[in-house]
Design a protein around this ligand. Structure first.
Ligand code: GLU
Length: 238
């Protein structure tokens, strides 16, 4: 289970996320990637190997945007490759996901989704998550409801973050079981998210940890929490 860092605020997300991922390097990983919303569209850079490779790619092909997510992957399903590195996109390219963990029933879900016309780009278990969210969005649900419904379909332990061009001010994060932590860091007009505290400790000491079956909706100005049924939760700031 590897690293997650995400940010929403008024600063450039990419360097901040990249520095956060560097602080999680000790966990080990085989590839890494970052997605931001740039001028209303999702932009992604991914590469295999060490973060220095992703850093070089970002220098050659920079991204700008004040909301984004990053991931270091330890491959469990699908070889370490650029295509299998997170973040993963849906069919429309307007929705993106990162995951720590394993979707144990991904084969059945992939078959179901392919039969419904979804096209998969990677070999990973993770990609079923983004296509499930896409499907619920297409049925008319909002992003957080679509994520909640998706969490009800996947088996295993997961930490996930989802971002959509349709709701470009927010990150939706969730934790199911123990695939590493999910911690929200509270800032002033900005919010941070990480699988491990060291990734964001230089920015804030005000943290809220998600328990299993918690969903967080994070914008620059605030964060709200709910359970998988959508009931709101009040969480303690540590
Ligand atoms: N199972 C996922 C994959 O192989 C996530 C691995 C991880 O936690 O880094 O892409």
């Amino acid at each position: 289970m590897c690293g997650i860092v995400a940010y929403v605020g008024s600063r450039e997300a990419t360097p901040l996320i990249f520095e956060g991922l560097k602080r999680l390097e000790y966990r080990g990983y085989d590839s890494a990637g970052i997605a931001v919303i740039q001028d209303g569209r999702i932009a992604i850079r991914r590469d295999v190997g060490k973060l220095v490779n992703l850093g070089e790619l970002l220098e050659a092909e920079p991204m700008a945007g004040c909301i984004g997510m990053g991931h270091t992957r330890w491959a469990t399903h699908g070889k370490p490759s650029q295509i299998n590195a997170h973040p993963h996109l849906d069919c429309t390219g307007r929705l993106v996901v990162i995951q720590n963990g394993i979707v144990e029933n991904f084969r059945a879900l992939r078959q179901e989704l392919e039969a419904a016309g979804h096209r998969f780009a990677s070999e990973t278990d993770t990609e079923v998550i983004v296509h499930l969210v896409e499907r619920y969005l297409a049925e008319g649900h909002d992003l957080v409801t679509s994520v909640r419904f998706t969490l009800g379909r996947i088996e295993g332990a997961h930490a996930i973050v989802v971002m959509s061009e349709a709701e470009p001010d927010k990150l939706v994060a969730a934790r199911l079981g123990n695939a590493g932590g999910v911690t929200v860091g509270l800032g002033d007009g900005e919010m941070f998210l990480a699988s491990d505290i060291p990734a964001i400790l230089e920015h804030t000491h005000q943290m809220i940890h998600l328990d299993s079956k918690n969903v967080a909706v994070i914008t620059a100005s605030g964060v709200s929490f709910m359970d998988l049924e959508g009931n709101s939760l009040s969480k303690e700031v540590l």
